[in-house]
Design a protein around this ligand. Structure first.
Ligand code: 0GY
Length: 312
């Protein structure tokens, strides 16, 4: 089936530069997607946007170009709860990719087991209204409770203004279902607001009060108001996001992850150069120790724990 991408939507950046920053050995790109290709893996009828195709081969070529060793492929809303493209990417990664799925209440244990065998280690709950229709919280809580038996976690995506309303539900997932929660893109702070203002303080408090909440310090290109403009011609773009991400990294060094977000869905103003995005990392994780936790130790603990313990 042929798909026409949503008008105004930019294609991902072909020919990204080589980062100046050398990633530590074994670095994991812990947030990226595959889209289609549409004729092989059709987009979901309920989707809110149609992306341009972004295949597993293109994702893994980017991984090698940037210097990453592994990927975590996250199910995007344009594929709904049809996880075939993501699972196909995992099974063709030679063990170098793990995944996060989107499932409905109707998913069977056999389907969850098959996804686990393919490398899925989490489910994603999306609360961003421009991306998805509402799913009842009792359904999500039931899913969170069920996936625990595979040792999976829950990835949540929401906007900062919605955290107060979602707080109790997230607490139930964390405390009652008892699963680890990973927040996408720091809960999307408004970086035009002060870093010490009430909104970002609430997010930090959310992490402080829930010991198993982690955060991806990713997507400066989505959060930035100043944009990709580099200061003094140096490779330090998206500078207004730096203090926010750095605060999270320094306060919770063992509970942070980083990812490119390639192929960057829903961007209309500019498409980031993924090489420049990698060069954002040393600004938010300024020491070798922080970089190793962010890029290697933390994602390995979450997605490949058997390689750390030697267990199968
Ligand atoms: C991201 C961000 C976005 C999209 C999705 O699943 C999705 O469609 O997550 C967005 O538009 O902010 O992390 O990919």
């Amino acid at each position: 089936m042929e798909f026409q991408k949503t008008p105004g939507w930019l294609d991902w950046y072909a020919g990204p530069t080589k980062p100046a920053f050398t990633l530590p050995t074994g670095a994991v790109d812990a947030h990226c997607h595959v889209f289609g290709p549409g004729p092989q893996f059709p987009y979901a009828p309920e989707r809110k946007y149609t992306p341009c195709d972004a295949s597993k081969q293109q994702l893994y070529a980017l991984r090698d170009h940037l210097g990453f060793a592994r990927n975590v492929v996250v199910q995007a809303t344009c594929h709904g709860a049809d996880n075939r493209a993501m699972v196909d990417a995992l099974v063709h990664s030679a063990g170098r990719a793990r995944g996060v799925a989107t499932v409905k209440r109707s998913v069977s244990d056999a389907e969850l087991q098959a996804m686990h065998d393919a490398g899925v280690r989490g489910v994603r709950f999306n609360f961003v209204k421009r991306l998805v229709d509402f799913t009842p919280k009792d359904e999500l809580l039931e899913i969170a409770t069920r996936i625990k038996q595979w040792g999976w976690h829950v990835v949540i995506y929401f906007e900062a203004v919605d955290l107060p309303e979602l707080w109790d539900f997230f607490t139930a997932v964390h405390n009652d279902a008892g699963v680890t929660i990973i927040v996408d893109h720091m809960g999307r702070p408004d970086v035009a607001k002060p870093i010490d203002g009430p909104e970002f303080a609430l997010f930090l408090k959310f992490m402080e009060q829930h010991a198993n909440v982690w955060s991806k310090v990713s997507c400066p290109e989505r959060l930035s108001v100043s944009g990709p403009k580099a200061l003094n011609g140096e490779r330090n773009a998206y500078t207004d996001v730096v203090p926010f991400a750095r605060r999270v990294v320094e306060q919770f060094p063992d509970r942070v992850l980083w990812g490119t977000d390639w192929p960057h869905p829903n961007l209309k103003d500019h498409m980031p150069d993924d090489g420049l995005l990698v060069d954002f990392i040393p600004h938010i994780a300024p020491t070798a120790e922080l970089q190793k936790k962010l890029l290697v130790a933390n994602p390995m603990r979450l997605y490949w724990p058997e390689e750390l313990t030697g267990a199968t």
